[in-house]
Write a protein that binds this ligand. Structure first.
Ligand code: S3P
Length: 454
């Protein structure tokens, strides 16, 4: 894994104790939803703590194309919502950039409109599977199609959504999802805002529940019990008012700070104001299972009933552990960070039930294994995960991100504990979720810079 132009991280290891208190960008999942629900609200909403990452920017830009006025600051947005039935037909294709969440959620929303749209994305997004939303949306009467591609029967972007014609309405839907996916669940729930009857979804295990919490806080008739959620709009006036929300820090970004602090001896790091929604905190449970020293200072609820708090991590040698099933779903985006941590924990750590990792921004089972091996970590790639044999000496390496922000950040934190210099190429993608990542680590005392590739 070498080569590349553009930006790169240069890391000098091994680092000595990292210390201090940092903030991370706003939660990406919550930010997308806050922008969407503000666009569909009646009146003005103010969103504070919004990530400046490119994924949330893609969502904001897309809603502007749909006729919503959005004023974007560095970390806030003022949105003049148009109401559930106030979106207008865009002039051209709607660009979701690198963001799968934007494409899948917005597809559900657009399925209920009386104008047609086309959803496009970058090279990585264009390879991601869309049948998971296209089929259930069609089952309720949506006119949505995509492109055939690599895998037979799969549907890929671009997606075309044709309008519902006069007299047509999406129907009720009962859907047992074969995968635990908040993007699928949310896409169907958003289409359900326009449907004639209830949307009832059951998942194998509960995925992140931001959509349920946030819509519930806005007065939408939605109820969740374990892995079952029902949105029944019958008798509801299909409107909500503008709101003022603060987005908590992204636990998925914070995970790399937790990783750095647990991996580098002598560290004591606090991440302030992190989202602590229990459907997202699998990484903290995994760390507890590794006997990490974690301390919490709860700060009450942020945006739409989302719990948050400060998390302090004090270094202590870790034991190997295992993640699978329900816990794995609650840390699905944190597996690259977990793999880096596992590389320094003595013994074999296991990641199982992680098939979904193969269809993220990269095939994260394969790319995580590649990065671990580049640093000299003994690991085995499994169909649904990895075995990571941790505790051996790591050597600095030269690796590329494969266009995946979380793989770039994983390599950077491994570089902190490796001996010698590490170069991570093609790190522009980190801006999708964590602009300022290298500076944040450097502020804790890490020797890392982001620079132009020569
Ligand atoms: C997300 C859901 C997850 C996650 C993604 C964000 C969301 O994807 O990996 O980064 O905001 O709903 P799946 O729902 O496809 O597992």
């Amino acid at each position: 894994m070498t080569g590349g132009v553009g930006r790169r991280f240069r890391v000098q290891g091994p680092a000595k104790g990292l210390r201090g208190s940092v903030k991370v960008p706003g939660d990406k999942s919550i930010g997308h939803r806050a922008l969407m629900f503000a666009s569909l609200a009646e009146g003005r909403s103010t969103i504070q703590g919004l990530s400046a990452g490119l994924d949330n920017r893609s969502t904001a830009e897309l809603f502007r194309e749909l006729g919503v006025t959005i004023e974007l600051g560095d970390e806030h947005a003022i949105v003049d919502g148009v109401g559930l039935f106030g979106l207008s037909m865009p002039k051209g294709a709607l660009d979701c950039g690198n963001s799968g969440t934007t494409m899948r959620l917005v597809a559900g929303l657009l399925a209920g409109q009386r104008f047609g749209t086309r959803l496009i994305g970058d090279e990585s997004l264009t390879k991601r599977p869309m049948r998971r939303i296209v089929e259930p949306l069609r089952a309720r009467g949506a006119h949505i199609a995509g492109r055939s591609g690599d895998k037979e029967g799969e549907i890929y972007p671009p997606l075309a959504v044709a309008p519902l014609i006069e007299g047509e309405q999406l129907t009720a839907l009962e859907y047992a999802s074969p995968i635990a996916s908040a993007q699928v669940k949310s896409s169907l729930l958003l289409s359900g805002l326009y449907a004639a009857g209830a949307t009832a979804i059951r998942e194998p295990v509960v995925s992140r529940d931001h959509t349920e919490r946030m819509l519930g806080a806005l007065g939408v008739p939605i109820q969740a019990v374990g892995p079952m959620v029902v949105l029944d709009p019958v008798g509801w006036d299909r409107r909500w008012s503008g709101f003022e929300w603060t987005v908590p820090g992204d636990i998925s970004g914070a995970a790399f700070m937790f990783a750095a602090a647990t991996m580098v001896p002598g560290s004591d790091v606090t991440v302030e104001g992190v989202g602590l929604n229990p459907t997202r905190t699998g990484i903290l449970d995994a760390l507890r299972g590794m006997r990490a020293d974690l301390r919490f200072m709860p700060k009450g609820d942020a945006a739409g009933g989302e719990p948050s708090g400060d998390v302090q991590v004090v270094h202590r040698p870790l034991a190997a552990t295992m993640t699978a099933g329900e816990m794995l779903t609650r840390m699905i985006d944190e597996v690259p960070a977990f793999c880096a941590i596992a590389a320094t924990a003595k013994g074999r750590s296991d990641v199982r039930d992680a098939h979904e990792l193969r269809v993220k921004e990269s095939d994260r089972v394969a790319t995580s294994a590649e990065v671990l091996e580049a640093f000299g970590v003994d690991c085995t790639e499994l169909q649904d995960g990895l075995h990571v044999h941790g505790g051996a000496r790591l050597e600095g390496a030269r690796v590329a991100s494969r266009g995946d922000h979380r793989i770039a950040m994983m390599a950077a934190v491994l570089g902190l504990v490796a001996h010698g210099e590490t170069i991570v190429d093609d790190v522009e993608c980190v801006a999708t979720s964590f602009p300022g990542f290298a500076d944040t680590l450097a502020s804790l005392g890490a020797d890392i810079v982001e620079e132009d590739s020569p």
